[in-house]
Design a protein around this ligand. Structure first.
Ligand code: NDP
Length: 480
């Protein structure tokens, strides 16, 4: 059985307490590795290592830092197959998805910010009467990088890359449900010439390990991606400590299909938006709104395409949907399907997962589920489910669909499908959402900001937005 280790001060070490948690594979429902149940002592050690490394790392030139990030990216690429397999076993997602999205994005994140830091411009203002002002960007210090279980390597490298590129040191806390690729990353990082303590990865539970990290006095920066409830708790706890904080939180994203859409594109795009990665992407369009003129035709075709999706062995190239991340999460998602029925909804898709291999019989599989007939304000339409469940609601007018789309606490992303370009821009402008895709879904460019409005978070990550977040600005004014 693989024993995962913490990465502190450049070394792979056991947790101080010697305690471990079971790590289950969602494919089989069996324990396949042990993950450190780290405590405050481990976080203290990591914070000390990160604090010691900070003056060394932050004084290196952008090129010296970039060279090390490029080296880590090279190592990810050389080990891509091993990482993809680990991510699939650990998280439940299809191997083809880990290979084509998660792992390549992991190295791209590092490469992007390694280039960006070497091309960063500084801003200055000059006046005719002898005033020069310029703006310094100064790295801040050890930063807490906390990531969720749905896109493990993708999201952790999305934080590590700008944090280190900007000259900070990092203490990462991956989700204990999916620790494996972060562990493999720490093994790879031992081969990179980082000053010891530049990158630390500590495994454990949110309520203990995570809590010790966010409240640590030597950790002035927190970059968190996860659920809205956890984000609210972090904000409340560390608000009085005046730490710099970015919170990327949950979503309940509308996917709006107008009568005049390109029907085939809207069907294909909506299938992906609803069910990719088992619907476990914060950007998934879990609420679909379809205009009345095509409602029946669209729903019938959407259900037909959903029924064709293969659920099962994540290593099988033809599986579109793998296993959900944990037994608890599967139960939660299935609970919402039951709640939908109590709330008056009609489940249009089949429920039974057929054809599972014997070794997957205890895995956490479910069929993608399509529901209609729910009022926009019921719980299933308001709460984040984070699984392969989509609710479809008819609408007549732009005003009506905007009111329903905006009628939730969240505001992370939205999609809309129409051939009318004026309508597309008008509706996009009026959706309360950090990202709007028109005739597409989840096109994610590293340069553009990602983040939510309303309860979907505060702050933006991506390109300069991340480099700004991981630095303090200082204005210097010279009179000469
Ligand atoms: P959680 O909020 O439960 O956990 C996220 C991370 O925070 C985990 O590493 C967790 O550890 C840790 N954590 C939990 N409690 C604390 C605490 N008190 N202090 C510090 N850290 C803590 O989210 P999930 O892992 O369940 O991820 C799913 C959520 O993430 C969904 O809501 C999804 O929408 C959101 N998400 C948002 C994205 C965005 O960009 N806006 C992108 C991807 C996901 P542990 O696992 O041990 O509890």
């Amino acid at each position: 059985m693989e024993m995962i280790k913490n990465f502190i001060g450049g070394e792979l070490v056991e947790p101080v307490s010697g305690e471990y948690l079971d790590n289950y594979s969602p494919m089989t429902g069996a324990v396949y590795s042990k993950v450190p149940n780290s405590g405050k002592e481990d976080i203290d050690k990591a914070a000390l290592a990160a604090k010691k490394a900070f003056p060394i790392w932050s004084k290196m030139s952008p090129k010296e830092r970039a060279d090390r990030l490029f080296h880590l990216a090279d190592l990810i690429e050389e080990n891509a197959d091993r990482l993809a397999k680990a991510e699939s076993i650990d998280q439940g997602k299809p191997l083809w998805l880990a290979k084509s999205v998660d792992i390549p994005r992991g190295s791209q994140n590092l490469r992007y910010f390694a280039h960006a830091i070497q091309n960063q411009k500084s801003v200055s203002f000059t006046d005719i009467d002898g005033i020069l002002q310029y703006i310094n960007r100064i790295p801040i210090g050890p930063s807490a990088l906390i990531s969720p279980w749905n896109l493990p390597l993708y999201l952790i490298t999305w934080k590590i890359a700008p944090c280190l590129a900007a000259g900070n040191t990092a203490i990462c806390k991956p989700s204990e449900l999916t620790p494996m690729t972060a562990f493999l990353l720490s093994e790879l990082a031992t081969q990179v010439d980082f000053p010891p303590g530049t990158l630390n990865i500590i495994h454990g539970l949110g309520q203990t390990t995570g809590e010790a990290l966010i409240t640590h006095p030597d950790v002035p920066v927190i970059s968190f991606t996860g659920g809205t409830k956890t984000g609210a708790h972090i904000s409340e706890t560390v608000g009085p400590m005046f730490k710099k904080m970015s919170l990327e939180l949950g979503g309940k994203n509308p996917n709006i299909i107008f009568d005049d859409c390109d029907f085939e594109k809207a069907i294909g795009g909506s299938i992906r938006a609803s069910f990719l990665n088992q619907g476990e992407i914060c950007l998934c369009g879990s609420r679909m709104f379809v205009q009345k003129g095509i409602f029946d035709k669209f729903v019938s075709r959407f259900v037909e395409e959903t029924e064709k999706l293969q659920v099962g062995d994540p290593f099988d190239e033809s599986s579109f949907i793998g296993a959900l991340v944990s037994k608890d999460h599967l139960d939660k998602v299935l609970g919402y399907v039951e709640l939908a029925k109590e709330e008056g909804g009609k489940v249009l898709t089949s429920r039974e997962v057929r054809g599972l291999k014997p070794e997957h019989q205890k895995g956490y599989f479910m069929r993608p589920t399509v529901i209609t007939g729910l009022a926009p304000n019921c719980r299933v339409q308001q709460e984040e489910i984070f699984g392969p469940v989509v609710v479809i609601t008819p609408f007549e007018t732009e005003e009506e669909v905007l009111s329903m789309a905006n009628g939730v606490d969240y505001g992370l992303s939205a999609s809309l499908w129409t051939q009318d370009i004026s309508k597309a821009h008008r509706v996009a402008r009026n959706i309360q959402s950090g990202t709007v895709w028109i005739n597409s879904w989840m096109y994610r460019d590293l340069r553009v900001p990602l983040g939510g409005m309303k309860s979907s978070g505060i702050g933006r990550e991506g390109g300069d937005y991340s480099l700004n977040f991981f630095t303090e600005t200082q204005n210097v004014c010279v009179q000469f």
